[in-house]
Design a protein around this ligand. Structure first.
Ligand code: GRF
Length: 207
């Protein structure tokens, strides 16, 4: 990134967008550093996150996967949008689709995801429900680099969330979402400020 220019973020999301909103708010408050969200990519044009992007003045790339024969075809269009905007970091925030090498390879080390469990426990869908059913005493949130697998990339940061006496799955879910909204902007700020180093599966953060 040339000196003086801002760090350019694309967010991919499919749903409510509370993590997207946390990033927008952190940017407004100035806690992310010299960065901007230049694009929201969304596979569900009716999703709440799209409205949040409009309110925040963020460009959107909306698409319907069923209109394409293969994942690679819509990902090639997304890749072109990202290249046009010279995106430095892709932030997956509730993007409910697996990615192909079309996006994973060019953005290796520059794409992160947030997952609502302490990986490698409970990857995949409904991680909070899986942890609840298992009966764990501590679960939490993981931010990881994205590779070709399902929630398998190197861990960047984790935040534990203990089960409390009297918890229901709803109260647990709420605390996990609070933890996500605190952790994700912090991790994104590390990328913005060049504090992340990656060596294989070992990700270190300089303080
Ligand atoms: C979050 O729980 C995130 O961990 C998971 O999807 C959910 C997205 O929520 N990957 P939101 O759309 O950011 O509100």
């Amino acid at each position: 990134m040339p000196a003086g220019s801002s760090f350019r973020i694309a967010v991919f999301a499919s749903g409510q967008g509370s993590n997207f909103q946390a990033l927008v708010d952190a940017l407004r408050e100035g806690t992310l550093g010299n960065a901007e969200i230049v694009l929201l990519v969304c596979d569900k044009p009716q999703a709440r996150v799209v409205e949040r992007a409009r309110q925040a003045g963020v460009d959107t790339f909306l698409f319907q996967p069923k209109e394409y024969n293969r994942r690679e075809d819509y990902e090639a269009e997304i890749a072109a949008e990202l290249a046009n905007r010279q995106v430095d970091l892709i932030v997956l925030a509730g993007y409910m689709r697996l990615l192909t090498p079309v996006l994973v390879e060019p953005y290796a080390g520059k794409m992160i995801n947030i997952h609502p469990s302490l990986l490698p426990a409970f990857p995949g869908k409904d991680a909070i429900g899986q942890a609840w059913e298992y009966g764990v005493k501590v679960t939490g949130v993981t931010v990881h680099l994205v590779d070709g697998g399902m929630d398998t990339g190197a861990v960047v940061a984790q935040e534990p969330v203990p089960l409390l006496h009297g918890d229901t799955i709803e109260t647990l879910e709420e605390r996990i979402h609070v933890a996500e909204r605190e952790l994700y902007p912090k991790v994104v700020s590390w990328f913005v400020n060049g504090k992340i180093a990656v060596e294989g599966r070992k990700v270190t953060v300089s303080r």
